[in-house]
Design a protein around this ligand. Structure first.
Ligand code: MRU
Length: 352
């Protein structure tokens, strides 16, 4: 995939000593970049889904650490501020492990730098370079994921996706959507079905938007239409992103992913999960230990800008679910395609 051919909007841009963040809540109707200048701005943007998608959250948080430590007056204060910023930003959302991965990486870099005895200005500059590296590595990672994923697809097939694991959710190209951009560039025809993804509509607002902008053949369906579309024989594969893969291959992703995986299995359709290594968490043994974020009731009762449920009704609104590993055909990473047994093969991936 070439950068010249990819015209997607960038969700996170470091520019002029601040973080310009595409407000994803306003898409597809408005394209607005918010200037973020403090770590609190970044925390709030992550919590309220102005930026969302596991890799984009991690990248934003890395810049948040830069913002949270840039006013320090001594090397000692700087390191303390880095640690505090990392701890604070880690409380913004619980499920996507990329957030904690990026914060740990920033902290480790700061600690290493501090032990080398640089000037305060050099420390600050080097930490910014680390955040920029996290962002640019993600771009290359997604290009590789796209190549591996496309090797599983033929020309003239239908593929269903859920939520948004596209360019908007990452530095560029996306994970699950990367093969569609690559296919387009190579003249292949893949028909994408995008689940609208209730309650926050990442599929309708973001996936349909970014694929349509790129000229990819995309058809929007409501979440409850996936089984019907599969039964018609229109779906040859499912591909989704993920917020965290446990050591045994259980996968946390946007609520509704589990239902799609069960439907795929019932129809004999392969179910693929695309993610960078930074989304794989060998410290979490199974999906049962992955913390699942619960969000406010209004996302369900007033999600379309008007009340659609009775006042006072009880609401349960988990943002993610767990797809057990037996439903996962393969996990597609920048290092290649991983199949069962996932506990053995995921571990091997990190030993390579
Ligand atoms: O609540 P969100 O929009 O942050 O959820 C995002 C997802 O579930 C994505 O599929 C996942 O983060 C992978 S993004 C490459």
């Amino acid at each position: 995939m070439t950068t010249e051919n990819y015209a997607g909007l960038q969700s996170v841009i470091w520019h002029d000593d601040k973080l310009d963040l595409l407000d994803q809540r306003l898409l597809p109707e408005e394209i607005v970049y918010l200037p973020l200048v403090t770590q609190e701005d970044v925390w709030e943007a992550i919590r309220h889904l102005k930026v969302r998608g596991a890799p984009a959250i991690g990248i934003s948080a890395a810049y948040g650490v830069v913002l949270g430590s840039r006013d320090a007056g001594s090397a000692e204060d700087w390191l303390a501020d880095v640690r505090k910023a990392a701890e604070y930003l880690a409380t913004s959302r619980p499920t996507a492990v990329n957030l904690f991965w990026a914060l740990d990486r920033m902290k480790a870099r700061a600690e290493a730098l501090a032990s080398e005895g640089h000037s305060l200005e050099a420390l600050k500059e080097a930490l910014l370079i680390e955040a920029i590296a996290i962002q640019s590595e993600d771009e290359e990672t997604n290009r590789l994921i796209g190549e591996h994923a496309l090797s599983l697809f033929q020309d003239d097939i239908g593929v269903l996706t859920h939520c948004n694991a596209g360019g908007l959710a990452t530095a560029k190209y996306g994970t699950a959507l990367a093969p569609f951009y690559l296919a387009k560039e190579r003249g292949m025809n893949i028909r994408v079905f995008a689940d609208e993804t209730r309650p926050v509509l990442q599929g309708a607002r973001l996936t349909a938007f970014e694929l349509q902008q790129a000229g990819v053949d995309v058809t929007l369906i409501c979440d409850n239409m996936a089984g019907h579309v599969m039964s018609k024989g229109w779906v040859n594969a499912v591909i989704v992103g993920t917020d965290r893969v446990a050591a045994n291959g259980d996968v946390a992703n946007k609520i509704g992913t589990y239902s799609v995986a069960v439907l795929a299995k019932a129809h004999g359709i392969p179910f693929y999960v695309a993610c960078p290594l930074s989304t794989i968490d060998l410290n979490t043994p199974t999906g049962a230990e992955i913390p699942i974020e619960e969000r406010n009731a209004e996302e369900i009762t007033e999600g379309f800008g008007k009340r659609t449920a009775p006042q006072g009704v009880k609401v349960y609104n988990p943002a993610f679910d767990i797809t057990p590993n037996e439903y996962v055909t393969a996990i597609i990473t920048e290092k290649g395609i991983i199949e069962a047994p996932f506990d053995v093969n995921l571990k091997k991936l990190f030993e390579q």
